[in-house]
Design a protein around this ligand. Structure first.
Ligand SMILES: *Cc1c(COP(=O)(O)O)cnc(C)c1O
Length: 394
């Protein structure tokens, strides 16, 4: 076992060596520009990109021409939200999202709100789940887009996106889902879930960083979208810029591997997560599970340790790489907006750790991590008791 142990797979994943292998020829051999139509270098690159587009489409029940390659889920979310808002401005200016969303959804929404759009942010419940009824209540005649994530990146809770999609379609409203945490981890189908736009990020499922995709429905209904980036008209005009062929090949390869291994791997992760949870619970009193107890990503465990500061706990177990709150907001001293939206007190939110198990996590690592957590919590709590006892005697 090598230290430190990586248990932060909701922040990012190690690129699978099989994915790296598949990408390599596209740096040094098939290095043409996929937009070069006049020679073999370009044709071969284009073939690779179109093969990848087919693979990605098949993975989510879409058609190849409905896939737009982007730099990642942040860009896909921005393109979906700002793109639809601008293209649909004559239809209406009302957008709906949820308080538990990733900043890559909330921040574009906030910018649109500053620019005059009307944005409703619905609450999530205590488990981090967005109720379809809450979304239904927020809908208006002027609503053009609803954005609700498939799986939460902090607490792992799965949302009932098929129900949200159905009620959007009944009202003729477009439905976007940020599926960065769900793709490759739980089965997803854009038809079954009535999804019109879906964001994908390769580095969340053992693919390379800097590549993602946006699914954009072409039929029933056809989504109208204003591009964010102009110049050259690549990706059918939705996203100009030379397509990064090796990254696209990496995305598609990673997705295919993840889907091949999904049934067995989700069972394996579920068992590891239960083992970690049970071992910590057996050794440490005063913990609380955050997120839904069963309806959650198999590889996610989010716990609050009562009377322990999450940051301090993280520092006290340097051999285990986890995250307190969300990695994306780690520079920001505020407690996690997701935990706060779930109604946790600020203290409990600050006492939380996210354990993100992944493809390369082993049983030995889980047992080591459980012991490390138990030891660190005990040390911190005894220091706290000594400190409070000491200060009381003054
Ligand atoms: C990681 C993540 C993102 C951002 O994806 P990038 O590809 O890194 O831009 C967006 N939403 C969710 C839910 C995520 O987990």
């Amino acid at each position: 076992m090598r230290l430190p142990i990586y248990l932060d797979n909701q922040a990012t994943t190690r690129t699978d060596p099989r994915v790296v292998e598949a990408m390599l020829p596209y740096f040094t051999e098939v290095y043409g520009n996929a937009a070069s139509v006049s020679h073999r270098f370009g044709w071969e690159a284009e073939e690779a990109v179109e093969r990848a587009r087919e693979q990605v489409a098949r993975a989510i029940g879409a058609e190849a021409r409905e896939i737009v390659f982007t730099s990642g889920a942040t860009e896909s979310n921005n393109l979906a939200i700002k793109g639809v808002a601008q293209a649909m401005i004559r239809r209406g200016n009302h957008l709906v999202t949820a308080a538990s969303e990733h900043k890559a959804v909330l921040d574009p929404m906030k910018r649109l709100a500053r620019q005059g759009w009307d944005v409703t942010i619905v609450a999530c419940d205590a488990q981090g789940r967005v109720a379809p009824e809450a979304v239904a209540e927020a809908l208006q005649d002027r609503t053009v887009l609803v954005s609700v994530m498939a799986a939460n990146n902090e607490v792992g809770t799965l949302n009932p996106i098929a129900e949200v999609g159905r009620l959007c379609h009944q009202r003729g409203i477009l439905f976007h889902t940020d599926a960065a945490q769900a793709v490759g981890k739980i089965p997803l189908d854009v038809q079954a879930a009535s999804v019109d736009l879906l964001s994908i990020s390769a580095h969340k499922f053992y693919g390379p960083k800097g590549i993602g995709a946006l699914y954009v429905r072409r039929r029933a209904p056809q989504v109208r979208l204003q591009p964010l980036v102009d110049g050259g008209g690549h990706e059918r005009g939705f996203r100009s810029g030379t397509v990064p062929v090796p990254l696209v090949v990496g995305l598609a390869t990673a997705l295919e591997l993840a889907l091949d291994e999904l049934p067995a791997e989700s069972l394996r992760l579920l068992e590891l997560r239960q083992r970690l949870h049970e071992r910590i619970a057996a050794a440490v009193p005063g913990i609380q599970l955050n997120g839904h107890p069963t309806d959650r990503l198999p590889g996610n465990l989010n716990l609050s340790f009562i009377d322990v500061d999450g940051e301090a706990l993280m520092m006290a177990m340097r051999d285990v790489a986890v995250s307190s709150g969300s990695a994306c907001t780690a520079a920001d001293p505020e407690p996690s907006h997701v935990l706060m939206a779930m109604g946790l007190s600020e203290d409990l939110a600050r006492s939380s750790l996210r354990f993100g198990l992944g493809r390369f996590t082993t049983v030995e690592e889980i047992d080591f991590a459980a012991r490390a957590v138990a030891g660190a919590v005990e040390r911190l709590r005894s220091q706290r008791v000594a400190w409070t006892a000491g200060s009381r005697s003054i």
